[in-house]
Ligand binder design. Structure first.
Ligand code: PMP
Length: 282
């Protein structure tokens, strides 16, 4: 079956879809993006991802006039054309096309909009969750505005690659003070010996995860104590549980960090119940 993508204002066969060589996303990483999980045809955490998208655009002064509703209609049409009911939607919006110059173009240019959709094997992810994943730690070498979901992902790419080369699923990034910021594409969490759920507070050093926000709401509704503070890899090594969250992995238990096995090496009960609640709530 052919696969379709959407570029600017039209649907194209995926293999023919492309952007201009002077697109500022391509040349400078001057672009933002979002990823939605899709289950049974519904966008997971739909509004949260739209809110973050418009905030990222605003923070970078990318003038984007299309409404959320118009984007949503296009996303559903893309899912329909690709016959996807369970998968992932990727949306990227760059500042647009202009002769190469670091500063913003003088003339008002139209942002470039790209949408793709793909099937995602949620059953394989569920199996992974049953066993838990391994993460490694890496230095956080990113810039100071990680709260903006921009496509400047080179440090994240290198960290994820280092993880893959060590047979791990994710890399947790560690800042200059020896504290975990987040995963290369996920939010990092631990459960303390006292049963407190711990994740780093939001600031410029981490992306405000939409799954994070939903999991915090679920934890509150389950009366699970939550503390937003940074933690070190050493504290994580001796924690009761650890897990990651993201739009594509939901809540994914972590059973090993570097060469340290967490607790008894099997997914923690709180991680698994948060995963179940997250899926049930959607
Ligand atoms: N941190 C980073 C660096 C990410 O790339 C992602 C995934 N977009 C996340 C955290 C998790 O965010 P979300 O729950 O919104 O997918």
């Amino acid at each position: 079956m052919s696969r379709f993508a959407y570029v600017n204002s039209g649907f194209l066969p995926h293999r023919d879809a492309c952007v201009h060589i002077e697109d500022r996303g391509f040349q400078f990483g001057d672009a933002v993006y979002e990823v939605w999980g899709v289950r049974d045809g519904h966008l997971l955490d739909e509004q949260g991802h739209f809110d973050r998208l418009y905030r990222s655009l605003d923070q970078l002064d990318i003038l984007f006039e299309r409404s959320q509703y118009s984007l949503l209609v296009t996303i559903h049409e893309l899912l329909r054309r690709n016959r996807i009911r369970n998968g992932l939607v990727y949306l990227q919006i760059s500042r647009g096309v202009a002769p190469r110059d670091h500063a913003f173009p003088q003339a008002n240019i139209a942002p470039t909009v790209v949408l793709t959709a793909k099937r995602f094997n949620f059953d394989a992810a569920a199996q992974r969750a049953e066993h838990g994943i391994r993460v490694i730690t890496q230095d956080d070498e990113r810039w100071g505005r990680c709260d903006i979901k921009s496509v400047n992902l080179l440090p994240n790419v290198l960290a994820k690659q280092a993880a893959r080369e060590e047979g791990a699923y994710e890399a947790w990034l560690v800042d200059g003070s020896g504290l975990v910021t987040e995963g290369s594409s996920t939010t990092a969490w631990i459960v303390s010996r006292d049963g407190e759920l711990i994740t780093r507070p939001l600031d410029n050093h981490i992306l405000p995860g939409i799954t994070r926000k939903t999991v915090i709401a679920i934890a509150k509704s389950m009366s699970i104590p939550l503390v937003e503070r940074a933690f070190s890899p050493e504290e994580a090594h001796s924690s009761r549980e650890a897990f990651i969250t993201s739009a594509s992995s939901f809540v994914m238990p972590v059973v090993q960090i570097d060469d340290k096995i967490i607790a008894n090496g099997t997914p923690g009960s709180l991680s698994l119940s948060l995963r179940n609640e997250y899926l049930r709530a959607q």
